[in-house]
Design a protein around this ligand. Sequence first.
Ligand code: UD1
Length: 353
Amino acid sequence: MTSGSRTVLVTGGAGYIASHCIVELLNEGYQVVAVDNFANAVEDPQASGFPESLKRVEQITGKKCIFHKADMNDTQALNAIFQKHEIYCIIHCAALKAVGESVQKPLEYYKSNVGGSINLLMVARNAGVKRFVFSSSATVYGNPQYLPIDEKHPVGVGITNPYGQTKYMVEVILQDLHKSDAAWDIILLRYFNPVGSHESGRIGEDPQGPPNNLMPFVAQVAVGRQPELKVFGSDYDTKDGTGVRDYIHVVDLAKGHVAALKKFEKSFGLKVYNLGTGQGYSVLEMVEAFKKASGRDIQYRKVDRRGGDVPTVYGSAALAEKELNWKCEKGLDDMCRDLWRWQEQNPKGFANK
Ligand code: UD1
């Protein structure tokens, strides 16, 4: 079988990470079946039931993407999708992802992210599909015990919110699943902080309401949607007192998924990879880089620390480089330039009204 005849099921397909993965999959000749429940997506005004983000993915790539509207907890809908398409492997990105909201609505988060994953895995198993890439997060490492964080770092300790717990729990479920049946090939990808957008500026991150994450917030300050950035904490033991993170360009991250699923050509077992750059930048460094890329002033004010934040997180991606033959090609200036292009061209995101 050539990669061109292989069909990849991408869940959460309309979302930020998945839409960028789909661009790379289509460019590599894979067929894509995307599934999304529209919890976080905007419909194409000309084609109801089809996401605006995927319409733009088709325009970017000049290729078609099959789409089904379905929730991960809807067994019947998922069964129908697996019956209709011969799925080669699954990239599972569907999840609720607002950290603060997860504290207010833990049951919704556990049902969607943990329950939905279990349901998807059961449907996949019944259909005989046992190749699975999971969209996990560096949040599973909690407060780092050493830096850079590698894949051997302890997980599941000191996770400060239900969102992070759901990522950890699904990892545990996948480990147990693999122990029960070695026919499963499973890759856990632990993302550091994805930012930026496709270089076309046509797709990008489109948060509902005020963004929780740093860079979407900075971009909205630049276009005047937010008055100022609040810098959460300036007394950390870091280079300038503000939090340090490992920001990774979303296109590099997407390419990491394609590199991972190429491993499914041979039986692979269960593997875990960090996807990050290995480089930490402070909040103020990110603000400066974005100012330079956008030519806009970014008003900010230093305020108290945000509960649950840790001072410094950055990872080693050496294992992914060695085993997946993947490494980041884009730097801070690319991340800021591409984020700015998306934000400037789409000041109100996909709705753009
Ligand atoms: C957060 C989540 C993490 C999730 C990740 C990606 C928490 C505790 N962690 O990580 O579980 O996987 O997003 O979705 O929420 N900052 C500001 N002002 C802002 C926003 C952020 O100063 O308005 C600072 C933060 O204090 C931090 C850095 O910017 O130092 C990055 O924050 P953010 O983008 O929210 O990512 P994380 O906190 O790393």
